[in-house]
Write a protein that binds this ligand. Structure first.
Ligand code: PMP
Length: 350
């Protein structure tokens, strides 16, 4: 038997959303509207170049992102989804045994990627479904190298506000990197959820993560990025698996950035549906925290797994976190209606 790293033996694997032909899929926080029109057209043109390696420096994509955010390209690192970028950030700062602090529950990749990077996950319980930034600051020790703040938080959909985030960043020792994960930024109300890029653009120890997997409808092509100080970004880039962002992914992301109006239109539809589904669930008697993302959190405790099975039985796939809650992606209006009908029949049976 080969010796494998002991820290992997008890590590829980990432659980992808279920797939089932013909089912309503509300489990993975994807965009329900399909590829953006420009993206589909650009991808159709590209097949000729695929026998060559992609541009490892992602030059045109970095330029497009730099223009989008009003920063220089040396402040951006890209990866195969923001999951890979999370891993790169961890590999940039973790020595064996370094501590990485995050709220829990939060994005399930944080403990996995931390462990894979040789770090030690430090999970700080949420308070009322919200990240406890004071508790997270108190969990920092001389061994801490990185803190993830997921804003809004997956899977609870809740944000931390500007005052709390500012106080937290001000309190963090200068040697600890703060990664603000804004995967759901586009769905958030800017008067409620701070834009960390605008707030902390000049801080030497803050990076901000964004992804093309949600509002830009490119989950299947894998593109994410982080924006931060050039000195950190230069090190993050060294940790990328060579050529991990494919040629198709780079071109699709550039085309997607040109689709402002359609992205805004879809986000508005999703936000309106989110608020409608929230109101209907509350009217049915469900406790639903106000969401700032493209999904809802139903803290159903020990009913979580049976509730999800009830939905799956009728072809609607949601994500259960057994014993805690159920996360439901906001889909198309008819998909949301199918889910609401099941939420109604579940209540009637109780
Ligand atoms: N961060 C958060 C908070 C997420 O929820 C997700 C996706 N579920 C990601 C990062 C990663 O997304 P991707 O790798 O597709 O960019």
């Amino acid at each position: 038997m080969v010796d494998v790293r002991s820290s992997l033996l008890d590590l829980q694997s990432y659980v992808p959303g279920r797939k089932s032909p013909g089912a309503v899929v509300l489990a993975s926080n994807e965009c329900p509207y399909g590829l953006l029109p420009n993206v589909a057209a650009r991808l159709a043109e590209l097949t000729g170049g695929l026998s060559r390696y992609p541009d490892m420096g992602a030059t045109r994509l970095l330029e497009a992102l730099a223009a989008r955010h009003g920063v220089s390209p040396d402040r951006i690192a890209v990866g195969a989804g923001s999951s890979e970028v999370c891993g790169q950030i961890l590999h940039t700062v973790c020595e064996p045994g370094s501590e990485v602090v995050f709220g829990w529950r939060s994005f399930e990749a944080y403990p996995i990627l931390t462990t894979v990077a040789g770090g030690v996950p430090v999970r700080v319980p949420l308070r009322d479904h919200v990240q406890d930034l004071a508790g997270m600051a108190a969990a920092v020790t001389p061994r801490t190298r990185l803190v993830f703040v997921c804003n809004p938080n997956n899977p609870t959909s809740t944000p931390v506000d500007e005052a709390a985030l500012r106080a937290f960043v001000d309190r963090m020792p200068g040697n600890v990197l703060i990664a603000v994960d804004e995967a759901y930024h586009e769905y958030a109300d800017p008067s409620v959820v701070p834009d960390a890029l605008a707030l902390f653009g000049d801080r030497p120890n803050v990076v901000v993560l964004r992804t093309f997997s949600k509002a830009y409808a490119l989950a299947g092509l894998r593109v994410g990025y982080c924006v931060g100080p050039p000195e950190i970004i230069a090190q993050v880039r060294k940790t990328q698996t060579p050529f991990s962002v494919s040629a198709l992914a780079q071109e699709a992301a550039i085309a997607a950035l040109g689709e402002h109006d359609e992205v805004d239109r879809r986000v508005a539809l999703t936000v309106a549906e989110r608020d409608r589904v929230t109101a209907e669930l509350r009217a049915l008697g469900y406790d639903v925290p106000r969401s700032q993302a493209n999904f809802l959190w139903l803290p159903l405790g020990r009913d979580s797994a049976p509730f999800a099975e009830h939905c799956h039985g009728d072809g609607v796939i949601v994500r259960a976190f057994p014993g805690e809650g159920v996360r439901v992606t906001v889909g198309l209006p008819e998909e949301n209606a199918a889910f609401l009908a099941l939420a109604g029949t579940w209540r009637e049976r109780r």
